[in-house]
Design a binder for this molecule. Structure first.
Ligand SMILES: *[C@@H]1O[C@H](CO)[C@@H](O)[C@H](O)[C@H]1NC(C)=O
Ligand SMILES: *[C@@H]1O[C@H](CO)[C@@H](O)[C@H](O)[C@H]1NC(C)=O
Length: 199
């Protein structure tokens, strides 16, 4: 900064000082809490135009694009727990049809595990828990809700893995088990590699 070399009227200096002060206040307010700092690597906007692949025994393999955002969200004073907000919006690469959207919140507990809650317009709500490591997080389904008139089969288990490969690329893999496939364990359902976006 080279403000000292600019001849500035006193009022201008005061205005600058005030705006710097409010900037500092805002950034202190929005800092990640000690536990949520473990998620710093995933915070931001991530996008894949068409690297996503959907696999499932009962549907043709499809290519999709997705935009994922994990951002610091305002904290509810009543709970005093800092949640980051989470949004994932996907579209078909070939038809540009909208795939499903997920909105939610994620937070890291003092134990070091993260909890992600999502609501999707496929009719599901999920509650997922798992360990956060540097540049990697694996979440396992703890509870699920599903609208009674969903066209999708009941999901019995789900495992969601995020791996940050470097400052530019991050991958998300979703494995699951529905009422019909597979008999045990998980089957890979989607895989996508995002590029970090400027906000
Ligand atoms: C997440 O929080 C940020 C900051 O408050 C806000 O700008 C953004 O709209 C929120 N996103 C969602 C999906 O709620
Ligand atoms: C953290 O999550 C893992 C994976 O779901 C689980 O096995 C472990 O019990 C959890 N630890 C705590 C302290 O909740």
């Amino acid at each position: 900064m080279r403000f000292d070399r600019v001849a500035m009227p006193e009022v201008g200096r005061l205005a600058l000082l005030l705006s710097l002060t409010s900037f500092l206040t805002v950034s202190v307010d929005s800092e990640l809490t000690e536990h949520n700092k473990r998620l710093e690597w995933i915070v931001g906007k991530w996008r894949s135009e068409f690297s996503g692949k959907v696999f499932w025994p009962t549907v043709p393999t499809m290519t999709f694009g997705e935009e994922l955002m994990v951002l610091e969200a305002p904290m509810a004073k009543s709970t005093n727990v800092q949640f980051l907000n989470f949004s994932a919006r996907a579209w078909s690469h070939s038809t540009k049809d909208h795939f499903h959207d997920e909105w939610g919140f994620i937070t890291v507990e003092p134990t070091g595990n993260a909890t992600l809650m999502t609501a999707g317009n496929n009719g599901f709500t999920t509650y997922e828990v798992g360990q956060v490591e540097p540049n990697k997080m694996v979440l396992v389904l703890k509870d699920i809700g599903r609208i009674s008139f969903s066209r999708d089969l009941p999901v019995e288990d789900l495992r969601r893995t995020f791996i940050k490969h470097d400052d530019t690329y991050m991958e998300q893999i979703i494995e699951m088990r529905t009422a019909t496939h597979p008999a045990h364990g998980y089957l890979e359902h989607t895989r996508v590699i995002y590029t970090k976006q400027k906000m």
